[in-house]
Each structure stands twice: as C-alpha cells, then as structure tokens.
Design a protein around this ligand. Structure first.
Ligand SMILES: Nc1ncnc2c1ncn2[C@@H]1O[C@H](CCC(=O)c2cccc(C(=O)O)c2)[C@@H](O)[C@H]1O
Ligand SMILES: [Zn+2]
Length: 356
C-alpha cells in the first residue's frame, strides 16, 4: 500500500454515522473539474498520451498525488490538465464526475472549470462549451444530479487569462447555459486579488455570482480584498479568516459562506494537521460553513469523507450533519424552489433515519 500519511483517513470510526452521511442528500459547492478526474480516467488518459509524465498505474498515481507543498500540487494539477486534449475528453471527464457525485447522493453541484486552460491548449471554445453542456444534460437526465458551472481565472497565468475567462463567461454566443458564477484560483502568493476587479465587474454585470478562492495560502487581507474588490458572495477556503476576528464577524453578519475543504488543506500543506484546522473557530463565530471536496481523487478523499472529517472536528451527530448539508443548499446559487426541494429531502431523510 502506498504511503499517504499526509492525508487523513476517514474522519470518524462511527459506522452508523458514515452510513448516514453516505445516504444524506447533499450539495457540493467547491469542486474542480479536472481535479475530480478519477484514478481510472487519469490512468486511461495517461495511457493514451505516453508523452505525459502522469503514471498509468493506479498505485504509482497515489504516490504521484502526494504533494510537498502548494506549488508542487499546482505542478501536478497542470500535468493532469495536459492530458485533456479533445472535446470528447472534456465530455467524458464531466460525465464521469457527475456519476461520482450522484453515487454520493449529491443532488446539486457547482463545478469549477478553468476554460482558459483548455482553450490555450487548442480545444475549440464552442466545442468545449458543447461538451460540458452535453454532459450536464445527460447527467441530469440519467442521474438526477443538477450541475452548474463556475468559470475561474487561473490567476498565476496573468491578466491574459483573466481577459479570456471574462470573454468566455460573458459573450452570449459562447457562455454556456449552466454557468452561474465567476471565480479565481491557483496560487495566491504573488498574485494580488485587486488586479482582477475589472474582470469580476464584467462578470457580475453579466449576472454571474462572485466566488474567488482567498485566504487558502495567504492571510486574511486576501479575504478582505476578495470581499471589497471582487465583491465575493462566498469565499473558496478562506482558511486564514480565523486570524482576524473582525473578518469572522463580517462574514457571519453578511452570511458570506466559507467553502471549507479540510482534507485539501492538509494535502496541499496549507494547514499542518486536521486538528489545527480552524473550522471550529468558524462555526463558533457564527460563520456559514459549507463542506466541500476541492480535488477529491488527488487528495484521496470524497465529499462523504469530508462530512465525516467535519463530524469529528465539530463533534456532530446526524442533526448537525444535516444542518451542514442545509448550509450548502442555502449558500448555493440554486433557485428558491430548488433549494426548498433539497432541504425537504434532507429533513425527510434525517427524520426517517432517526425514527425509532
Ligand atoms: N485548492 C486549490 N486552490 C486553488 N486553485 C485550485 C485548487 N485546486 C484546483 N485548483 C485549480 O488550479 C488551477 C491553477 C492553474 C494555474 O495556476 C495555471 C497557471 C499558469 C498556467 C496555467 C495554464 O492552464 O496554462 C494554469 C486554478 O485555476 C484552479 O481551478
Ligand atoms: Zn479550490
């Protein structure tokens, strides 16, 4: 067995609670498209492209997905991005991601996609949009899981990537029907958030929600920048918010949710250990916490495991877990009837589970 000691095992030894989580209807708000490629899909694509340094053997892949720091994680991430070369690769990846989400009883997911990374590698932009939309519609019809898109700027790739992402997200002839939000990802160090303000302004004017990553690998000032300059409605990670009580109070007062991804933070070494993760400080301050998986196969996790980790860190029972699932529904960009339907489902499931 490959050593994955940097990644925590399942968060709780309580089998009943794990079974409850497995069946709990959920919403996933922070999960990356390419970062969700299963080991099977990655191996298959790597075998198809022997020039790639990505291993084809699943055992070797687990080793390959062990990261020394955040920069190393991004290097590895981009080597997987390099495997996706045709619209059919994009369609297959998207459809398989939806299948994995459906298996975990995820009813609704906002998937972060970086279209710049694909168009700059030569995939035709309209064929790219058609591929994700085709997969979205097939997944909804076949699995009942509703997918929506967040297009993110890979900030380290510079303003050229911001311009391209804004163009693809706002041009009516190109933007896909499932697009609901606009994001910013990649390394934060040396990539100040305020420079992206004009692009977020354009996306917001076009009706998109603002959901940048911030405070994952830098301090709380980055989260403030995301709020004031990029008009963030939710924050990706926001881990360092715990260092600033005024910021926590602001997030709580304005119901700005944090998209917390505990195992990701350990795997990329943004946080040292799970026990040092500030999630408890967030809930204590009254911040709306949502639980997410980020890049699940790369971090040896899935959304169900993230709920198990949260149950341990926050000492939650079934009702507490159901409340976490409802937080994600509340913070989602689903319409009101859609939210009410999933909340009802969560309540019915929980009541039935707890009935004597
Ligand atoms: N935990 C995470 N935290 C932050 N981001 C995360 C996380 N997980 C996944 N991502 C993704 O990583 C991408 C990074 C891509 C990037 O930096 C880059 C730089 C230069 C060139 C190119 C290119 O494509 O040519 C790409 C982001 O866009 C984001 O979607
Ligand atoms: Zn992320």
């Amino acid at each position: 067995m490959t050593d994955r000691s940097s990644v925590p095992a399942a968060g709780t030894p309580d089998r009943d609670l794990q079974a409850f989580i497995a069946g709990l209807p959920k919403a996933e708000l922070h999960v990356h498209h390419v970062g969700s490629a299963s080991p099977r899909i990655v191996s298959e694509l790597a075998a198809r492209h022997p020039d790639s340094k990505v291993p084809t053997d699943p055992e070797a892949l687990a080793d390959y997905f062990t990261f020394t720091d955040f920069a190393h994680f991004i290097d590895v991430y981009l080597s997987v991005v390099d495997l996706i070369r045709t619209p059919e690769d994009v369609r297959l990846l998207t459809y398989e991601v939806a299948r994995d989400l459906a298996r975990q009883q995820v009813r609704y997911a906002e998937l972060t996609i970086t279209p710049f990374s694909s168009t700059r590698r030569g995939i035709d932009e309209l064929a790219f949009m058609a591929a994700i939309e085709d997969a979205r519609k097939a997944a909804e019809a076949e699995f009942g899981t509703v997918l929506r898109w967040c297009f993110d700027i890979p900030g380290e790739a510079g303003l050229e990537s911001a311009e391209e992402t804004a163009r693809l997200a706002t041009d009516d002839r190109i933007r896909p029907e499932g697009l609901v939000s606009f994001g910013l990802g990649g390394p934060e160090i040396g990539v100040p958030r305020p420079q992206f303000k004009p692009y977020f302004d354009r996306a917001i004017a076009a009706g998109l929600h603002s959901v940048p990553h911030a405070g994952e690998t830098t301090g709380p000032e980055t989260v403030w920048d995301a709020l004031t300059e990029l008009r963030a409605e939710r924050i990706g990670h926001g881990t360092s918010s715990a260092q600033d009580p005024k910021l926590l109070a602001h997030l709580a007062e304005h119901r700005i949710a944090l998209e917390v991804c505990p195992t990701s933070n350990i795997a990329t070494r943004a946080v040292r250990t799970l026990d040092e993760h500030p999630i408890k400080e967030f809930t204590r301050a009254g911040v709306l916490v949502t639980i997410n998986s980020d890049d699940p196969p790369m971090f040896g996790t899935d959304l169900n495991n993230e709920y198990a980790v949260a149950a341990r860190l926050l000492d939650l029972d079934e009702r507490g877990l159901a409340d976490l699932a409802k937080n994600a529904v509340e913070a989602s960009f689903l319409d009101a009837p859609g939210k009410a339907r999933i909340v009802r489902e969560i309540d019915t499931y929980t009541t039935t589970w707890l009935a004597p």
